[in-house]
Design a protein around this ligand. Sequence first.
Ligand code: ADP
Ligand code: ZN
Length: 641
Amino acid sequence: MSSLTVSISSPHPTPLEVLGQVFGYQHFRGPQEAIVEHVVAGGDALVLMPTGGGKSLCYQIPAIVRQNAGHGVTIVISPLIALMHDQVGALLEAGVSAAFLNSTQTFEEGNQLEKRLLRNELTLLYAAPERINTPRMRGLLASLHERGLLSLFAIDEAHCVSQWGHDFRPEYRSLSLLHETFPDVPRMALTATADALTRQDMIERLKLEDAREFVSSFDRPNIRYTIVEKTDPTRQLLRFIESEHHGEAGIVYCQSRKRVEEIADTLLGAGIKAMAYHAGLDSALRQQRQDRFLREDGLVMVATIAFGMGIDKPDVRFVAHLDMPKNIEGYYQETGRAGRDGQSADAWMMYGLQDVVNQRRMIDTSEVASEEFKQVMRGKLDALLSLAEDTRCRRVSLLHYFGEDSQPCRNCDNCLNPPEVWDATEAARKMLSCIYRVQQMSGISFGAGHLMDILRGKATEKVVQYGHGQLSTFGIGADLAEAQWRSVLRQLIANNIVRVNAEAFNTLQLMPDARQVLKGEASVLLRQQSLASKADRPGRGSKKSVKTSVKGLAEASLNAGALERLAHLKAWRAEVAREHNLPAFVIFHDATLRAIAEQAPKSLYELEDISGMGTKKLQAYGAEVLRVCAPTGAAPVSHAS
Ligand code: ADP
Ligand code: ZN
């Protein structure tokens, strides 16, 4: 028996019919169709798709099609219990019977759920990985399997199984048991992490060697990448938010809990609606803030990386990094949380010499990591440093890292405001020879600040104390600003020409490659950095035109009548969302409301054609939407049949 409450026109709907009638979309996106067909037919799949690419439909549609064909339930393994409520809520809104297993459920509730499963009444069941291995769950899975009611396992955020990824969850390791116990049940693993090492590890750990791989383009064309030099972080952040994203939802990532609290306070002080989120907060408070972020418009979440996995809020307009992440995978996953709705969004990162030193130190001084692990982490950090220093298109570099070739994007800081490049070969040689001479004279190495003082000819107490004023390199770099010296040094560190020795007070040491530069065999070209660097002002001038062309359906293009309808629709949606205790975007996306406001449909028939309007939602809300849209006083026209 079909448990779909929504009326699908045929008893055995095709994937395309499900896409249109349940989710209200006309076309599959990218590789979705191929993935869905492969899984519907019982194949195993590994799906690599960027955040916002549309992974959920890749298992939800096969789940619906297969359940209608009598195969039973799809088990979705997802790491975040806190978000299952909303995920299941969204499915129920679309008319799909779904539920989640949760440790807060009573024994009786668990029993009810089991009965529904054994009667083949559920299409999707969400569970956390640690639940899969409880004796009760294993017993249940075995009973379902015996009855032929175990349709598919979908492992979401599958990179969590690998320690090379950035969200390692030991509980994921036990998922290999699924294949051992139920070898004939199809499985799919989904992730937005694409680096080769994690991918390989994931395949081995989850025993997906025979699964078909579906790799999408990792490009997120609507996201604008900007990386600025950190000079006065708080002021830079405030200026960025106020000038580019006033009143919009965003995430600000900071390295430490203390910093998170400070920045949240600063934003609040400046009149920006902000909240702090980190693992040091009590879990009820974290949950409450996460809910507020999802449900309320225009909030800024200031957080450590503890925040964000599985957050599928579509209208996050910016992700700002106040401190540099550990690697490109983390950076890409975090920035990917911006603009899931396909509308224009910003990924804005600040970085400075201190970030480089801190990250290096964290790796070098880790006591838990093996030398092999540290080596891998250093390589990953280096890749991110080169991205930050790069003068070429950011997107080309990012995609190249994920093994994709592309053309300059015209939607990143380097494309929009090509940075000036200066030849820093001479400066680099001065820096290297200064490091060398100081070490030779004193028998010990010194840190960055002291070396820059020597180069710039500052007779500080320390310079005098060690007699470094006598060095031939004293004062030879007075022509460059400190910011330029920092840039030179960062580049030298990024290219492994200089090493920061974390075990010896962050002193600077020459690496073998320094010889080449000293001998004049290699040249060093650097971005021109200054306090008023152009890259600091991402969208100046060209912003509007590019943003509008990416946006397509920008609010700016709506006429007065449409804007008024949109405001009414949003108010109505907020009301419904509150009643259902769900985020507003679960009821309808912004894009759907905008299309309704623009087209001003007069009948259910016209409404049905709008993207995002599935059959269940049309039944549940269609008449209301027409009433809200109608000119005040006029009665809505009913179904034109
Ligand atoms: P991911 O899990 O890959 O980050 P989601 O599954 O959350 O992405 O999808 C991102 C957004 O794109 C969602 O709002 C979803 O409704 C929308 N979407 C997915 N597939 C389609 C499609 N074929 N047509 C229109 N919108 C889609
Ligand atoms: Zn570019």
